[in-house]
Ligand binder design. Structure first.
Ligand SMILES: NC(=O)c1ccc[n+]([C@@H]2O[C@H](COP(=O)([O-])OP(=O)(O)OC[C@H]3O[C@@H](n4cnc5c(N)ncnc54)[C@H](OP(=O)(O)O)[C@@H]3O)[C@@H](O)[C@H]2O)c1
Length: 255
């Protein structure tokens, strides 16, 4: 596995972690991820998967970096505190490694939300603060609201077939030392892009389409990816993508 720093913090995180939206669990996926050095799990109060994640990682919690999210409807100060505590209970952990605002909410000042986030950090219930689906302006406002902590990450959709963040979100994150956590990095397993070519290129280099997609995403500076899978074999497949280095020529052909 390869690692990057989480934003401007000293925390190392793997370039491949695992998402849990619609995760069923039970197959040993997270255990295998930890064994391979990819002990990073992403969940959210909205997914309903925090209890499964909590049960599965109970025996090896120290080998996992646990990221979860507070929903956009719960961003008032008291709500953030209350919902973080509920997530801690469901996850059966004493601290959330990365607590993320799931979506921006224009009706609640981000400064109020960040005040709660910093209280959680000061109380030792959260280690790092993140956001998700935030624009550069929203990230700037978030950074300006934070007093004692950096904005560590922005979780956004990014794949070979969804490159919108390249316009402004990705450059902003790279310039400001904010890690991009790429969600839906393998386009939910739909490998037939409008441009085509992915399957052919994957076959040419002896890789799978998912591996080419993951390798492409994490080849960008400051970006890690969180594919979701229920299958242990696919954990190995995803982790092996770190060893695939796409040449400039291949990258050109993929676009
Ligand atoms: N912050 C947000 O707003 C937001 C939004 C969406 C997602 N997310 C996060 O990002 C994670 C990943 O995104 P996602 O679940 O939307 O999509 P994804 O990871 O791109 O795709 C997951 C789908 O691809 C399949 N798959 C996994 N590995 C594969 C492989 N090697 N070959 C073929 N198919 C494969 C999975 O099926 P199997 O399970 O059967 O393997 C699953 O159906 C989520 O779980 C969630 O944690 C965050």
């Amino acid at each position: 596995m390869e690692y990057i720093s989480l934003g401007a913090t000293a925390q190392q995180i793997p370039k491949i972690g695992f998402g849990t939206w619609q995760y069923r669990g039970g197959a040993g996926v997270l255990k295998r991820a930890a064994e391979l050095g990819a002990g990073f799990v992403d969940t959210a109060e909205a997914y309903g998967t925090e209890p499964i994640v909590g049960r599965e990682i109970a025996g090896f919690r120290d080998d996992m970096f646990v990221a979860t999210k507070v929903s956009a409807s719960n961003l008032r100060y008291d709500d953030v505190i209350e919902h973080a505590e509920a997530s801690l209970r469901r996850l059966q952990v004493s601290v959330i490694d990365l607590y993320q605002v799931h979506w921006p909410n224009p009706d609640i000042p981000i400064a109020e939300t960040m005040r709660a986030m910093e209280t959680l950090v000061a109380e030792g219930k959260v280690r790092f603060i993140g956001v998700s689906n935030f624009s550069p302006d929203q990230m700037k406002e978030t950074q300006d609201s934070l007093k004692a902590n950096p904005l560590a990450a922005n979780q956004v959709r990014y794949s070979l077939f969804a490159r919108e963040i390249e316009d402004d979100v990705l450059p902003y994150c790279q310039e400001n030392d904010i890690t991009v956590i790429a969600y839906t990095p393998i386009a939910r397993g739909d490998f037939d892009s409008p441009g085509g070519g992915l399957r052919e290129i994957a076959a040419e280099i002896g890789a799978t389409p998912a591996q080419v997609m993951l390798s492409w995403v994490i080849s960008h500076e400051g970006v890690m990816a969180i594919p979701k899978t229920d299958s242990v074999e696919r954990v190995d497949e995803a982790v092996e993508s770190v060893d695939i280095k796409l040449s400039a020529d291949l990258k050109e052909r993929l676009l």
